[in-house]
Design a protein around this ligand. Structure first.
Ligand code: SAM
Ligand code: SF4
Length: 476
């Protein structure tokens, strides 16, 4: 199995005949795409390309796309139109536009059809071909003065390769609090609504050695925290010999690493042994993102989720017993084919019972080629919208109660960075503290460093963020 290291710029690489091309990468979708974009960035920089921060400065624009819902794909179609239009308006030359990621994998050469004028299409397992492909297309453009007219198939590289595991170079992205580390790709579960097994292919693991080397490198570059990523990280199983619990033990042994988070855990794989391990290892953060999808056994069966509500609730109870201060977040889908009002009420009940810190809730979106395509998408869109709003309202109530109980508490966490614009309230220059169990606290006043450990007293909350004042600086 090949692991593509992208961390050391290869300064001996020949310069392109077209000069120094600049590339802008825009990322859509999940954290795995964020990681892949960092890996693409590394692969291109290694060949001498310049990565720029704005699409108008770029010779090549790469959109790293998501196919999970139809809306995600519609966004890309309009973004391509927008990119072309802005160049026309500003009298700048048109860039080469590339589609990477899940849409590339799902649609392949179909992306060249119609008015989109896409120049290259590269799927999730073929990013190592990007530098060569871009070089070839830019050289053709340089010679002819026109955007490429090359054979569409030659500009499309898709297809799953179990050998392709990319490594995002920590030296090329700024040190933030949590460095993403993809530990495996693809998915062998076949939830009936989900496009991921088609776009990302079968589950295939990065080797434990490669993962440990990557994290050791992150720590050597100043990183303190990692987030282990996969569609179902908890299904990690290296050559039937090392499961996720064993991998986490190994990672926790890396000297200098302070915290380990992971995303996404499948409820079916949350075995007592894994939860015991999480509870026992101080470095593993007590936050479980365990998507339940529905609170109705009937719907879970039709979704092929491989657990029922009682098993799910048992898992939550067990986690609460063995993982101190554990918090939970989840995903819900409303309006799955055949979901009745009573099924939906069961979903609301699930949200009330578990008391998630956060819930990401979606209207069911029919995807081409998935098993649920054969079921009638029979919940009308207006009804899906109503259910979505009702679920969000219940989750808001749950959150409001949890947050109210927390006022006055003293929590420890580390400074993650400056507060985002919408979190700043009226105070400029606020900071964001993140607790091990994934709560965000906005601190006003003071000057801190990223990664600094602090204790804060909770003074209030707004939406899903807490406000706090610093009590203490604590040792690392
Ligand atoms: N592997 C994770 C799991 O099994 O829970 C989920 C990964 S998926 C990329 C992220 C979320 O997208 C899912 O948990 C689900 O809620 C949502 N999702 C996936 N397919 C969907 C669809 N066809 N319509 C609406 N939401 C969908
Ligand atoms: Fe999709 Fe199910 Fe795999 Fe999650 S477990 S990625 S929802 S098929």
């Amino acid at each position: 199995m090949a692991t593509f290291q992208t961390d050391l710029p290869d300064f001996t690489a020949p310069k392109k005949s077209t000069g120094m091309a600049s590339i802008y990468i825009e990322t859509y979708g999940c954290q795995m795409n964020v990681y892949d974009s960092q890996a693409i960035n590394g692969l291109l920089k290694r060949k001498g390309y310049e990565i720029v921060d704005h699409d108008l400065e770029a010779d090549v624009v790469l959109l790293n796309t998501c196919s999970i819902r139809d809306l995600a794909e519609h966004k890309i179609a309009s973004r391509v139109g927008d990119l072309r239009h802005r160049r026309t308006q500003t009298n700048l030359p048109q860039p080469l536009i590339g589609i990477c990621g899940c849409m590339a994998e799902r649609m392949g050469t179909d992306l060249h059809k119609g008015k989109r004028k896409i120049d290259l299409v590269v799927g999730v397992d073929n990013y190592d071909t990007l530098p060569g492909l871009i070089e070839e297309l830019l050289a053709k453009q340089h010679m002819t003065g026109r955007r490429t007219t090359a054979d569409k198939k030659a500009r499309t590289v898709v297809g799953h390769r179990t050998d392709a595991h990319y490594v995002a170079p920590p030296a090329l992205y700024p040190i933030n609090n949590s460095h993403l580390v993809t530990i495996h790709k693809g998915c062998d579960y076949k939830c009936t609504y989900c496009i991921v097994p088609l776009t990302r292919g079968p589950q295939s693991e990065k080797s434990p050695e490669a993962i440990i080397a990557e994290i050791t490198n992150i720590v050597a570059s100043g990183g303190q925290e990692v987030t282990l990523l996969g569609q179902n990280v908890t299904a990690y199983n290296w050559q039937q010999g090392m499961d996720f619990a064993a991998l986490v033990e190994e990672v926790a042994g890396i000297e200098g690493l302070q915290r380990i988070r992971f995303l996404t855990g499948h409820p079916k794989d949350m075995h007592p042994h894994l939860m015991d391990t999480i509870g026992r290892l101080d470095k593993v953060c007590p936050w479980l993102h365990v998507p339940v999808q529905s609170g109705s056994d009937r719907v879970l069966r039709r979704m092929k989720r491989l657990y029922n509500c009682a098993e799910y609730l048992e898992m939550i109870d067990y986690a609460r017993r063995v993982i101190p201060d554990v918090t939970f977040s989840t995903d819900f889908i409303v309006g799955f084919p055949g979901e009745s009002e009573s099924d939906f009420q069961d979903t609301l009940e699930m949200a009330r019972k578990v008391k998630y810190d956060q819930a990401f809730s979606f209207k069911y979106s029919e995807r081409p080629g998935v098993p649920a395509e054969k079921l009638a998408d029979d919940v009308p869109d207006e009804e899906k919208k109503r259910r979505l709003a009702a679920l969000i309202a219940v989750q808001d109530e749950v959150w409001h109660d949890l947050a109210t109980e927390s006022v006055g508490a003293v929590w420890s966490g580390v400074i993650e960075g400056r507060a985002r614009h919408q979190e700043q309230e009226s105070a400029e220059g606020a900071w964001r503290l993140r607790t091990a169990n994934n709560r965000k606290v906005i601190l006003t006043g003071g000057d801190y460093e990223i990664g600094q450990p602090l204790e804060a007293e909770i003074t209030g909350f707004k939406n899903t963020t807490f406000m706090g004042t610093v009590r203490n600086s604590i040792g690392n």
